[in-house]
Design a protein around this ligand. Structure first.
Ligand SMILES: NC(=O)C1=CN([C@@H]2O[C@H](COP(=O)(O)OP(=O)(O)OC[C@H]3O[C@@H](n4cnc5c(N)ncnc54)[C@H](OP(=O)(O)O)[C@@H]3O)[C@@H](O)[C@H]2O)C=CC1
Ligand SMILES: O=C(O)C1=N[C@H](C(=O)O)C[C@H](O)C1
Length: 273
């Protein structure tokens, strides 16, 4: 449902010339209740100074800027799909200016995640490794499957992404592992196995395995395999377009309208908790 609370939502986009940046600027333009109020990218980007919607053949009146504070000056919320170090620098500025944030970036280490938790004491943040509705419903299905298949089934998570992706396993695969481990009362940090090579020995039944494939223009595929004796169950989600991530991000923007502080995820946004 499209909320009209505080609409139009004034949205800044970080990584404005990236794959998700472009998808978000197009989704904002088509949304009806959000307006592009700021756009930022790294200082070395050749697009600095250009209109942020030029790639659509449209003039938004918003230039891509390297100055984070200037790009946030007219915005109520930032959508950030960049890199962990960039997101954390942007978040510092959001905190100083009282701008809320939707964070889709993946690849954060534990200390970096703590910084996001800390920022949520002052501003409202939606932080999720996958903004797509379908993936979040898949996470709920996995929770149910993991409880029912707690013994006798080996769990393997296989993800495939495009050749440009820089982090592995994907944030979504790690979240799937976390949801499954929590449902089974296991600690993912202790039971995760990342890739296999050489003489590995027999499989330890308490482990959750991760395999990552990188190639071509694969948008994002995730399969969780529950391999038992005499049967196996596979739960798969495949993304065919990044538009699902952009639409989910705009749902997060609407969810944050009127919120002052706190850390939320897409289960909160979609009412799946
Ligand atoms: N949560 C979700 O639903 C989804 C999450 N993602 C995640 O979003 C992130 C971005 O993905 P994608 O759009 O494909 O990546 P891209 O590389 O296409 O875009 C990243 C953008 O961020 C900029 N950037 C890079 N480093 C920094 C930095 N240190 N500070 C500020 N800006 C920076 C890049 O600029 P330049 O190109 O000039 O370096 C580029 O404009 C990844 O972490 C990815 O895993 C992706 C899709 C969905
Ligand atoms: O880098 C990507 O492209 C994606 N990243 C996210 C992740 O790491 O899970 C979400 C989606 O799979 C696409």
């Amino acid at each position: 449902m499209v909320s009209s609370v505080q609409a139009p939502h004034k949205v800044a986009v970080a990584g404005a010339t990236g794959r998700m940046g472009h998808m978000l600027i197009e989704a904002i333009r088509n949304s009806g209740d959000c307006v592009l109020a700021g756009a930022m990218d790294v200082a070395s980007s050749p697009s600095i100074g250009n209109d942020a919607a030029a790639f659509l053949g449209h003039a938004s009146g918003v230039a891509v800027m390297a100055d984070v504070h200037a790009a946030l000056a007219s915005s109520g919320v930032l959508i950030d799909f960049t890199r962990p170090e960039g997101t954390l620098a942007h978040l510092k500025a959001c905190r100083e200016l009282g701008v809320n944030a939707v964070i889709g970036t993946t690849g954060f280490g534990p200390g970096q995640k703590e910084q996001i938790v800390d920022a949520a004491r002052d501003i409202a943040i939606v932080f999720a490794p996958n903004m797509g509705v379908g993936v979040n419903v898949t996470l709920k299905l996995l929770e149910m499957a993991a409880k029912a298949l707690a013994t006798g089934y080996d769990i393997e998570i296989i993800e495939a992404h495009h050749r440009h992706k820089v982090d592995a396993p994907s944030g979504t695969a790690l979240k799937m592992g976390e949801v499954i481990a929590n449902a089974m009362g296991r600690d993912l940090e202790k039971c995760a196995v990342y890739g296999r090579e050489g003489v590995t020995g027999e499989r330890d039944p308490s482990t959750i395995g991760f395999s990552s494939i990188r190639g071509g223009d694969i948008v994002g595929d995730h399969t969780v395999l529950f391999a038992g004796t005499g049967e196996r169950i596979e739960i798969t989600h495949k993304s065919a377009s990044r538009s699902t991530y952009a639409e989910g991000s705009l749902r997060a923007v609407r969810f944050l309208a009127g919120k002052r502080k706190g850390l939320f995820d897409m289960f909160d946004v979609l009412g799946l908790k």
